[in-house]
Design a protein around this ligand. Sequence first.
Ligand code: FEO
Ligand code: CA
Ligand code: CA
Ligand code: CA
Length: 513
Amino acid sequence: MMNRREFLQFLGISGVLAKIPAEAFAKTAINSLPHLAANLEDKLLTVDGLQYKILMRWGDQINLTQKFGFNNDFIAFHPLQNDRGILWVNHEYVHPLFINGNDRTKANVDAEMLEVGGSLIEVKKIKDEWVFIKDSQYNRRLDANTKIPFAWHTPIAGSTVSIGTVSNCAGGKTPWGTILTCEENYDMVWGDHDRKGNKTPSGQSWNMIYPRPPEHYGWVVEVEPLTGNAKKLISMGRCAHECAAVTKGKDGKVVAYTGDDANDEHLYKFISDSKSSLEMGKLYVADLKKGEWISLDRKDQTILQKNFKDQTEIQIYTREAAKLVGATPLARPEDIEFDPLTGHVFVALTNNKNKNDYHGSILKIMENDNDPSSLKFSYETFLTGGENSIFSCPDNMVFDTKGNLWFTTDMAASSIGKAPYEHFGNNGLYVFIRSGSHAGEVIRVASAPVDAEFTGPCFSPDYKTLFLSVQHPGESSLTKDNPTSSWPDGKIPKSCVVSITGPVLNKIVQGKL
Ligand code: FEO
Ligand code: CA
Ligand code: CA
Ligand code: CA
């Protein structure tokens, strides 16, 4: 049986592994590559030729009154002059045990509400190392108490303003330099209800102390990195938004893709009316069988006119509208990125255990005429998770300029090391190599501490540093005194942002591995 590289050479394909499930190949000749073996150590391990440094830890003071929040996730880099930049970092959720404890008192909930949202922090490159600038005017927090207006013509659940942003998972960047941060599992703290009043309980019960409308959460939030000013984009619908990946159509209009990370939920595309705003436009949902983007505009759909009183109601109950128009159920769409070599849209489908899809895959969407504004597309599976692929449960992704796909995995903390995940070790950072003698091969380049996942991979503008979040080490801990992880300091586990550098990274991003 041929390995991937031989098979690609046979096909004459230099880069993309199209329509070929990983299981079609024998195990790759990874010994010839820099490669990190699967392991279960409570360490951040890197392949030889890479190293990491901790840039920020949970609890670090970022200005006189505010601290770096819990469970950092998505990272975006906003460049400033002279080797400086602002990092936006999501803080997705808390593990109450490590804040003030599991008791649902007002004091404990108040403390937790300061830990979520996002951080803006200034960094500067000094002698090839990015360091945090403690006294920067740009250092600030958004949290569960920050007032954020809705960018919409009609109030949402009776208000034009929401209080706070929560469950900020992944995100994106706009062509005009703002940052998108996506509210994913907001029901974890605020609960939810459907249009009939059927309630979804909240695991962390903040709503018992502060009864806020769940309709105010589950949006894509746009943030100005210089000021921290924010608005919630009702235009892109409400669901468990993982991310928002923005590009431009051939007509110059802004197009944003976003996935709803839940079993059998959907992939959406928003086409803006404007070339410089995401506030107004049309939301579509993917029908993979027909290869069509279906409009969720009430004016276009008789079935939506029958079931929804106005467009605002469709935006709030997007999932319900999507199902009425025939959207395709997917295996938890997570991050979305654009291939810099082809423009194709890559979507991480992490898993769908309900359908015995334990390892997930990466989907490739090819828009007709390669135009993001097109309403027709074709698709294929780009990579399949599983033992032969050395990874399971792909989640966050980033391309480098040579088209190498760097991606992280998110096996649930409770599943790591156990069947059917026993072959993968801890969660990791992987690279799909795009060109050269190793084209088509996947390398594990880093391995996360116990229970953690890597999230938010983000390159510095010179592609010499990869910023990476180490999220939820020790998540399955039952007591603070005996945590399952003591990364990074040998004490209580702390989520961190690390910067990864080294000759192997430089070789890969230059296409010279
Ligand atoms: Fe927060 Fe879908 O990961
Ligand atoms: Ca994620
Ligand atoms: Ca990404
Ligand atoms: Ca995930």
